[in-house]
Design a protein around this ligand. Structure first.
Ligand code: SF4
Length: 480
């Protein structure tokens, strides 16, 4: 067996070789790479430039702990680190018209298994970005751009996070060539954990890098909010009770007002008569107290008193102690009402400061998460089995496990094999691209050997792990 397995159709012609790994069909001169830099002509032979990556698995801590509970456990790890052949550098053709480059046998816990290893070329793929920050990045549905080209949009915010949906077939192939190239390059960089500067129409500029804090309008974010304003009231009300008369937690989504909130009622706090702006949803919970922005709690507020609509003289009293704080604890101010019921800022008492610090302590770090999402239910299944739908059904029946560069994936319910994977769980630089444009990602299907043969697999192409490890062009790495 050799690297020629996936390259057997390459044509030699006066030293020029033709690469048939994707529809671009590059004719590559001696000593030169193809258009994607993934293949090259080495002395008249087409070669995959990057090595095939074999991962050494880490011990499965959960299974070790489980085994430890058994009476007859010998003390050995249930599963010693094992070698896993990944699709990184494995080669493929697109569309698939021949068996996957590596179909590798192994024995796991006494069962004969097969892993079908390939590189997938995905025109239908995208990137979901979760940005743990309460900073406002832009309106929902706004275009997200790189170098002026639209590469995606802002999607629904999730709890404590701003979400972007990038890439997808419409940006890759449905717009101008420039848009397709910009989209492909942005996705490639994000998936390979490189920083990418994104600009949101009507919003912020944010530098996103998987596993790193976002940089919003030039400022590195520190914290994800502890919860919405109402949740923060619920969490910390008992700790405030003896030190304040009112707390307002400023939040772009739900601003909380302690004395009105169920958390304050439960503690028998008396009404303070401070009415905030916005729409009252339920007692002590207010929507739309300000516009979204980069100020307090993801609003555009820089002076928290801007959101105080009125102070009721029938209810409030001179000397009333008011804390205003954001959902990350980054912004906080302490006020006392004077004789005219006007809030006067002063130094925060230590006991109150401790609770503000506790809000900050309970915030997780600001972080960018990049999930690669793609459909593996197309032609690449033909590289696994002669009867492609049986692979799809086998995945649905959980007889076949899908991994991406050795990392676990989430497979969406319904048709196809539509999966998502956290790129930080994959080896570094797992992704490539081709100029069609499309992304190239590693993919592995693991199942029992008898199941593989039953679903029409290429049994005569099965090789052993030792066969693969004996190849020249193999790189060993540790599982991230
Ligand atoms: S772009 Fe890359 S994969 Fe496609 S034909 Fe050219 S060298 Fe081969």
């Amino acid at each position: 067996m050799s690297d020629d397995i996936a390259l057997s159709k390459a044509e030699a012609d006066g030293g020029v070789v033709r690469c048939d790994a994707c529809p671009v069909l590059c004719r590559i001169r001696p000593g030169r790479p193809g258009a994607c830099d993934r293949y090259a002509n080495e002395a008249g032979k087409l070669v995959r430039v990057d090595p095939l990556v074999v991962l050494e698995r880490r011990p499965d801590a959960a299974r070790v702990a489980f085994a430890g509970a058994a009476d007859d456990w010998s003390g050995a790890l249930v599963r010693q680190p094992a070698m896993v052949v990944t699709g990184i550098g494995a080669t493929t053709t697109y569309p698939d018209y021949k068996p996957a480059p590596f179909i590798v046998s192994s024995t796991v816990d006494g069962a004969d298994m097969v892993t079908v290893v390939t590189e997938g070329i995905f025109s239908y793929c995208g990137v979901k970005v979760k940005i743990d920050t309460d900073r406002y990045l832009g309106p929902e549905q706004a275009a997200v751009r790189v170098g002026g080209e639209a590469v995606g949009h802002v999607t629904t915010a999730e709890y404590g996070s701003q979400m972007l949906s990038l890439g997808g077939v419409h940006h890759l192939t449905g717009g101008s060539k420039k848009e397709g190239v910009a989209t492909c390059e942005a996705m490639l960089a994000l998936c390979n954990r490189e920083p990418v500067e994104l600009t949101v129409d009507g919003g912020a500029t944010v530098i996103v890098q998987a596993g790193a804090a976002p940089v919003v309008d030039g400022k590195t974010e520190q914290r994800m909010r502890v919860g919405c304003g109402s949740a923060a009231i619920g969490m910390f009300a008992p700790q405030w009770r003896d030190h304040v008369d009112e707390v307002i937690v400023v939040d772009d989504h739900i601003t909380g007002v302690l004395s009105e909130h169920q958390g304050g009622k439960f503690l028998d706090m008396k009404p303070a008569g401070i009415r905030v702006r916005g729409r009252r949803s339920t007692p002590g919970r207010y929507f739309q107290v300000a516009e979204p922005g980069l100020g307090w709690g993801g609003t555009n507020v820089t002076d928290p008193l801007e959101i105080v609509e009125r102070i009721d003289p029938k209810t409030a009293w001179p000397g009333l102690r008011l804390l205003m704080v954001s959902t990350t604890g980054e912004h906080a101010a302490w006020f006392t009402l004077d004789a005219a019921l006007k809030p006067v800022e002063s130094e925060m008492p230590a006991a109150v400061r401790r609770v503000v610090d506790r809000i900050a302590e309970n915030c997780e770090p600001a972080l960018c998460t990049v999930l690669f999402m793609a459909g593996a239910g197309g032609s690449l299944r033909a590289g696994v089995t002669e009867n492609p739908v049986r692979l799809t059904l086998s995945v649905k029946d959980m007889l076949t496990r899908v991994t991406c560069g050795g990392a676990p994936v989430y497979v969406w319910p319904g048709g196809g094999i539509t999966f998502m994977v956290d790129v930080t769980r994959m080896p570094e630089r797992s992704f490539g691209s081709v100029p069609t444009p499309a992304l190239v990602a590693p993919l592995e299907f693991t199942l029992r050997r008898d199941h593989y043969e039953a679903l029409g697999g290429y049994g005569d192409r099965i090789v052993t792990l030792e066969d693969v490890l004996a190849l020249d062009h193999v790189e060993h790495r540790r599982e991230p």
